[in-house]
Design a protein around this ligand. Structure first.
Ligand code: SAM
Length: 278
């Protein structure tokens, strides 16, 4: 019988964030596929565990993935871990999950630390709807295609960034969204020097132009404020027509639609009159 692939999240800084269940699974599996075995051995030492490990990272995933799958199909259980956080979120773990799932192998994800959710939850920005963008493409053309596609995004946006690319990225973000757009710079989360700055993109760019960025960063950016339906626009007109169908006199329907949608009642009145006259 085939084994299982477990996705085991590891701390993004604070070792106390490893969960009891995550530790139990690391202890129970036959082997661990690790992004960097030297990093993972420190965690295993902290937990008092010894376990066979194999390397699985972006430079060897093409060959290491099928090898891991073969072992699972032969009956071994495997825990996939990365250097920090939840496997398969902005790392090559996603390929291994797709490979195993595609081969009909069971995959189980253990909930735990993830820089995305820690940053989003502490950002102070709306969290009900958001888009996770991970790392922006490095290629200029692809980068601007991505940023252009986000210009009118109303949801909160979450980006990962490496410290040595932060300055250039903040400049590009200011150009794409405007320097006044609110931003939370979440640095070194769960670590000794954790810092959350809630400011604008322009202020963040100025700050890091003067001070070298150090540590790990997540950028959480406010979406474009939802546009109120334009005055005299489709929303107001549609509402006035609806009220007319409900039997309201034209003057009253236009006034109520203007009140609800912020348009000019005279203009709405004229539009309804024109439509009804046809
Ligand atoms: N799988 C990981 C997760 O669940 O968050 C993310 C892996 S991705 C290769 C690494 C990026 O995550 C970093 O460049 C940084 O943007 C973010 N990150 C990881 N740990 C962080 C921390 N302690 N504070 C801020 N950002 C962090």
């Amino acid at each position: 019988m085939a084994g299982k692939l477990y996705l085991v999240p590891t701390p993004i800084g604070n070792l106390g964030d490893i969960s009891r269940r995550a530790a139990e699974i690391l202890e129970a599996v036959d082997f661990i596929a690790a992004e960097d075995t030297r990093v993972t051995v420190k965690l295993l030492n902290h937990l008092g565990l010894k376990k066979p490990m194999t390397a699985y990272h972006r430079h060897n995933c093409g060959t290491a993935g099928p090898a891991v799958l073969e072992r699972i199909q032969a009956g071994e259980d495997c825990a996939l871990v990365t250097d920090a956080g939840t496997p398969a979120i902005s790392d090559p773990g996603e390929d291994l999950v797709a490979l195993c799932a595609g081969a009909g192998v069971a995959v189980e994800s253990i909930p735990g630390p993830c820089a995305l959710t820690v940053a989003l939850s502490v950002s102070g920005l709306p969290t009900a709807r958001f888009t996770f963008e991970g790392f922006l493409p490095l290629n200029k053309k692809n980068r601007w295609t991505r940023l252009d596609a986000l210009r009118n995004e109303e949801r909160t946006m979450v980006f990962y960034e490496a410290p040595h690319k932060l300055r250039a990225t903040l400049e590009d973000l200011a150009a794409a969204f405007g320097p006044a757009r609110p931003l939370a710079v979440c640095r070194e989360l769960t670590k000794l020097h954790e810092e959350v700055l809630r400011l604008t993109i322009g202020e963040a760019a100025a700050r890091y132009a003067a001070q070298e960025p150090r540590g790990e960063f997540v950028l959480v950016i406010a979406g474009l404020p939802a546009q109120a339906p334009a005055a005299d626009g489709e929303g107001a007109l549609a509402r006035a027509l609806e009220l007319r169908r409900e039997g309201l006199p034209l003057k009253l329907a236009a006034a109520r639609a203007a009140e609800e949608f912020g348009g000019k009642k005279r203009a709405i009145y004229d539009q309804v009159l024109e439509i009804e006259g046809k």
